[in-house]
Design a binder for this molecule. Structure first.
Ligand SMILES: *Cc1c(COP(=O)(O)O)cnc(C)c1O
Length: 327
C-alpha cells in the first residue's frame, strides 16, 4: 500500500478526485543498529528511506505532489534538483503520464541519479548556474502556469513526507526521544515536525548540516540557501531543533561507521544525522532514530575515497588465503 492509500485520512489535500498514484513508496524498514547503539549507550534505529522506489525519501512527498498536479490538469511538472528530487519527479511523472522537466546545476548531479531521471524519460536540462538559480527559474515557469512545481516548496510534498514520522511512532509503539537527520533545504525537517505535531508529540530533533554548504562532498545537501530557512528558524525558536555543523571528514567517517558496523549502505549525505548525534548529549538507554535519507547506490563515486580498494590476487588458494587474512 502506498502513501496515498495508507494515509488518505491524515493528508487533507487528498480528496475523492485525487488519483491513487503509487510506486509502492513508504512503509520503509526501521532497522535496529545494535553495534553502533552500544557504542553510544542508546537504543539506536535507522529509518532506511533508501528503500523507497527511487531510493530516497523524496518519493513520499513526490507521490502526493504529482497526484495533485494530475488532478489539477497541468501538462507537466518541473523541479530543480541536485539529484534525488529529479529521480523521484521523473519516476512519478512517467507513471502519471506527465512531461517532466528537471533542472540541475551543471556537473553537480551524481551519475546514477541523472541516469534514473533519463531512464524514465525526463527532460534533464543542465543549467549554467547554481541550484538556487535553477530553483528561481522553476518558480518563474510555475507562476506562468505551464508546469506544476514539485520542489519541496510545494506544500503537497510536505504533506506526503510527514508520514515518515507516523511510521516511526507506529513501528516503535512510542515516540523516539531523539530524531536525527540531515539538513539540506529543510523540507524533510519541516515535514517531520509537522508529522510529530499532528501526533501530539515533540521529540528532540538533531539536524546535521555541512559546514561547507556550497561545496560539501555530500551532494544531496549541497545547498547554499535552504529553501525552508524561515520555517527552520521558526521551529528553532519554538525549541524543536538542535543544529549541528559538520565537516566533510565527520560526514565521511559517520558514513563509514554505518556501513561497516550495521551493513547499511547509504549515500554520504544520509550519514549527516548520525554524525550530528556525536555532538549531542544523549541520555543512556534513550530511543534514538536516525533517518538514512537515500541509498548508497545513488552516489558510488565517493566509495573509492571513503572505503578500502579491492586487491589483486593470483587465482590459487594459498595466495587468496594469504591476501584474505591481511587486514
Ligand atoms: C533531499 C535530500 C536531503 C536533504 O533534505 P532536505 O529536505 O532538503 O533538508 C538529504 N539527503 C538526501 C539523500 C536527500 O535526497
Amino acid at each position: 500500500m502506498g502513501v496515498i492509500e495508507r494515509y488518505r485520512d491524515r493528508i487533507p489535500v487528498i480528496g475523492p478526485n485525487t488519483p491513487n498514484l503509487t510506486l509502492g513508496e513508504g512503509s520503509t524498514p526501521l532497522v535496529r543498529a545494535r553495534r553502533l547503539g552500544e557504542t553510544l549507550g542508546v537504543e539506536l534505529w535507522f529509518k532506511f528511506e533508501g528503500m523507497n522506489p527511487t531510493a530516497s525519501f523524496k518519493d513520499r512527498g513526490m507521490v502526493v505532489a504529482v497526484a495533485k498536479a494530475l488532478e489539477a490538469g497541468v501538462d507537466g511538472i518541473i523541479c530543480a534538483s541536485t539529484g534525488n528530487t529529479a529521480a523521484s519527479a521523473a519516476a512519478y511523472g512517467a507513471a502519471a503520464g506527465l512531461t517532466t522537466v528537471v533542472l540541475t546545476p551543471t556537473g553537480q548531479i551524481a551519475a546514477a541519479k541523472g541516469a534514473q531521471a533519463r531512464a524514465v524519460g525526463a527532460r534533464v536540462l543542465e543549467v549554467r548556474g547554481s541550484f538556487d538559480e535553477a530553483l528561481q527559474s522553476c518558480r518563474e515557469l510555475a507562476d506562468r502556469g505551464v508546469f506544476a512545481l514539485v520542489n519541496s516548496v510545494n506544500p503537497d510534498r510536505i504533506e506526503g513526507q510527514k508520514t515518515a514520522a507516523f511510521e516511526i511512532n507506529e513501528a516503535l509503539g512510542s515516540v523516539p526521544h531523539v530524531l536525527a537527520l540531515p539538513y539540506g533545504g529543510g523540507g524533510n525537517t519541516v515535514a517531520y515536525c509537522k508529522g510529530f505535531t499532528e501526533e501530539g508529540v515533540k521529540p528532540r530533533i538533531l539536524q546535521g548540516e555541512a559546514t561547507a554548504r556550497a561545496t560539501t562532498l555530500a551532494t544531496a545537501i549541497r545547498i547554499a540557501e535552504p529553501a525552508h530557512q524561515h520555517e527552520i528558524d521558526d521551529l528553532d525558536a519554538q525549541g524543536w531543533l538542535e543544529r549541528v555543523s559538520l565537516s566533510d571528514e565527520e560526514i565521511a567517517h559517520a558514513w563509514h561507521e554505518i556501513a561497516n558496523n550495521e551493513g547499511l549502505f547509504c549515500e554520504p549525505s544520509s550519514a549527516a544525522g548520525f554524525a550530528a548525534l556525536k555532538h549531542a548529549e544523549l541520555e543512556k538507554g534513550s530511543t534514538v532514530v536516525c533517518v538514512l535519507t537515500g541509498h548508497g547506490l545513488k552516489d558510488t563515486s565517493r566509495v573509492d575515497a571513503m572505503a578500502a580498494p579491492s586487491r589483486l590476487v593470483d587465482a590459487d588458494a594459498d595466495s587468496i588465503l594469504a591476501e584474505a587474512m591481511r587486514p
